[in-house]
Design a protein around this ligand. Structure first.
Ligand SMILES: Nc1nc2c(c(=O)[nH]1)N[C@H]1C(S)=C(S)[C@@H](COP(=O)(O)OP(=O)(O)OC[C@H]3O[C@@H](n4cnc5c(N)ncnc54)[C@H](O)[C@@H]3O)O[C@H]1N2
Ligand code: MOO
Length: 390
């Protein structure tokens, strides 16, 4: 049985390059991965400007009385030169300043007189000038390819007029849910039936994973119905096909055989992970397929360990890295011959292993925000590896 770490290497090799890129409006680009270098089109800031409300004077101007010559409003062109000594302009935060010999004084350090003159109570200085190019020079790199477009990055793009960034296309994912025992969440299960929770789980997980769910269907366990639904999903040419349930060796477990019939190469059908052992990874031209074990906790683990990793690479970004955290006291971890990915709660200073019964136990998932890696051989260290989850 392949180890989790070895399967990561195999999966990485299956995604040698990201999906094609596309230009989209800035307003739709949140959460996308940038695929171009954004250069500063001009100096940032593009002109010297005031960081304060107060007065603009000549650098030779000492404290004392000056005559007010007018106001420079934000948005108005910069005056060609600084006022002559003995005179001043009223300026406001953001006002453009002359390129040379400008000095500023804060309003609080002055006193206006009735005669249109201003008393400067201190010496003016240049410390409140935001200098042209102090943040970046024209041509400097502002954002590099691979960057997630979060709110701050979007604002930076807006500030330089990059209103149609080149980003990775989102992966198109089809999800087939198998199981004769499953009914819709809004139905009342008859004896022996259960509600389908994996459809909701996968739809929610995909939203945060650079992917669009383009098709989702539930079918009974019959081989012909599953084959038919699989063909319908593949006809849409998804980048990723997910099949829930039917990954094990039971009489109704058809995922591996049907994927092979559809021309997929099966790369693995079991991985040494608890939960999540019966995990199928397969590929054919332009499509990767994953058979996820039906148990909801196994689903969650396999998605975070493997599917999310592939989706990150398809988007042109690095998979979420494991972090090291301090294990909270009283966390009782049961090692297993398979490496365990234990549902956990990560806080600012430690990680707590949450109690869970077995891989069908959904109660723990509402609280978990991480998976804690428990090696098959017990470790005495209080430092553990953790994968943050969405
Ligand atoms: N002989 C063996 N039997 C099993 C093995 C094994 O190695 N040898 N592995 C076990 C492990 S571990 C797991 S995990 C399961 C995985 O089985 P399948 O992928 O074939 O999944 P199913 O049998 O279809 O379902 C398992 C379990 O999950 C429930 N389920 C399925 N789909 C959903 C859904 N959409 N929403 C909520 N719950 C779902 C289903 O009712 C079953 O209880 O195989 C073991 N067996
Ligand atoms: O994946 Mo199974 O998850 O060990 O119950």
């Amino acid at each position: 049985m392949i180890s989790v770490a070895d399967l990561w290497i195999q999966l990485d090799a299956l995604v040698p390059s990201p999906l094609p890129s596309e230009r989209i409006p800035l307003a739709s680009a949140q959460g996308r991965i940038l695929r171009e270098t954004i250069l500063a089109p001009e100096d940032q800031p593009p002109f010297d400007r005031s960081a304060i409300d107060g007065y603009l004077v000549h650098t030779d101007q000492p404290a004392g009385l000056v005559t007010l010559e007018g106001t420079i409003h934000p948005g108005a062109p910069a005056p060609a030169s600084a006022p002559s000594p003995g005179t001043a302009y009223r300026i406001l935060t953001g006002s453009a300043l002359p390129p040379e010999k400008a000095a500023l004084i804060m309003q609080e350090d002055t006193k206006a007189t009735d005669t249109g003159r201003v008393h400067l109570l201190q010496s003016p200085s240049t410390k409140h000038i935001r200098r042209r190019a102090s943040q970046a020079r024209a041509g400097d790199t502002l954002i590099s390819p691979g960057q997630l477009l979060n709110a701050g990055a979007l604002a930076l793009l807006a500030s330089v007029g990059a209103t149609a960034p080149l980003v990775s296309r989102r992966a198109r994912v089809a999800h087939l849910v198998t199981g004769g025992e499953l009914v819709s969440p809004d139905a009342t299960p008859a004896s022996g039936q259960i509600r389908d929770s994996n459809s909701t789980l996968i739809a929610a997980l995909l939203r945060d994973s650079h992917a669009d769910l383009i098709w989702q269907q539930r079918v009974s366990d019959s081989r012909s119905a599953t084959a038919e639904a699989l063909a319908a999903a593949l006809a849409l040419q998804p980048d990723i096909l997910l099949v829930s349930g039917g990954a094990s060796v039971g009489d109704h477990d058809h995922t591996g055989a049907l994927l092979a019939d559809a021309g997929f190469t099966i790369h693995c059908d079991k991985v040494a992970s608890r939960p999540g052992k019966p995990f199928i990874a397969a590929s054919r031209e332009g499509c990767l397929a994953f058979g996820l074990p039906g148990n909801p906790l196994s689903h969650f683990v396999c998605f975070h360990l493997f599917v999310r990793r592939v989706l990150a690479r398809l988007a042109g970004t690095e998979p979420v890295a494991l972090i090291r955290a301090k294990l909270a006291p009283r966390s009782e971890l049961r090692p297993d011959p398979r490496e365990t990915w234990w549902p956990a709660l990560l806080t600012h200073d430690s990680v707590t292993a949450l109690p869970w019964r077995d891989s069908s136990d959904l109660t723990v998932l509402a609280r978990a925000n991480a998976l804690l890696r428990v090696p098959s051989t017990p470790s005495a260290s209080s430092q553990v590896e953790v994968l943050c989850c969405s």
